[in-house]
Write a protein that binds this ligand. Structure first.
Ligand SMILES: [Zn+2]
Length: 252
């Protein structure tokens, strides 16, 4: 099985961002150095082709933080490693995120592929079918207008997907979509491994090599089962109150 890594922001905020999404430039550089020496790092689309026997690694970024351009790209150029940026279309041009011009510039870079990541980074599993269809369609359209290129890859915000969403994503014209840890690992919910500030080298190597994978999959299954059991025991009218708040859901 291939290892698809997902990063968010390459920065060192004093306080960890919710969801463990920040990693320092120093730690990121160390990881790239290790990858370039020991792994076969390929474009994300190359991992869609089955090649038994050789584990490949692809690098992705979610959300579209500006530091993907200013901090990550120079390092990736130095090590000549490709990356895919899953950009939240509605975030473009706001706060810490890339501008339209920057997305356009990045899309022309030979090491970079642009993919979609929803319109406003909402939970797809909590949307109506119509809302999900709207987001899938319009996030893609906006990014295609910005880049002048076909955008047919996507990553689910919070890594959340299900059978119905997989089908909608296919109908919306996406070739493939990626989750985080969870999913069926079919063409529309492919596993990715998230990296954050706590990933020192031994932990990073375990994640890249797949050694960490069975542990995490088992943890997720247990967590899902616990949630299901708790849901069954709870009266229907308090179900929604019992679900974790959006900001508290960890992607790891
Ligand atoms: Zn995201």
């Amino acid at each position: 099985m291939n290892s698809i890594l997902v990063y968010h922001t390459i920065s060192s905020p004093a306080k960890a961002l919710p969801g463990d999404i920040d990693i320092s430039p120093e730690r990121f550089e160390q990881q790239l150095q290790w990858l370039s020496r020991w792994c076969k790092v390929v474009r994300l689309t190359h991992t869609l082709r089955p090649t038994p026997g050789s584990r490949k690694v692809a690098i992705t970024f979610d959300d579209g933080f500006r530091d993907n351009l200013t901090v990550a790209l120079p390092l990736l150029e130095r090590f000549k490693l490709p990356m895919t940026l899953f950009v939240t279309a509605g975030f473009v041009g706001t706060g810490l995120y890339l501008s339209r011009e920057e997305v356009h510039e990045l899309s022309k870079h030979p090491l970079i592929t642009i993919g979609a990541h929803g319109l406003l980074h909402r939970h797809f599993t909590k949307m109506t079918r119509a809302e999900a269809k709207f987001e899938l369609k319009h996030s893609r359209k906006m990014l295609e207008e910005m880049t002048g290129k076909t955008v047919d890859l996507m990553a689910w915000p919070y890594g959340e997907c299900n059978d119905e969403l997989e089908q909608l994503s296919e109908e919306a014209g996406y070739r493939a979509s990626w989750s985080v840890w969870r999913g069926h690992n079919t063409r529309h919910s492919l596993f990715r491994v998230p990296l954050g500030r706590n990933d020192n080298m031994p932990r990073f190597i375990a994640k890249v090599s797949g050694a960490y994978f069975p542990v995490k999959t088992l943890e997720n299954k247990i967590a899902d089962l616990r949630l299901k059991i708790a849901d069954r025991r709870r009266p229907a009218n308090v179900l929604s109150q019992a679900l974790p708040k959006n900001s508290e859901i960890s992607i790891q």
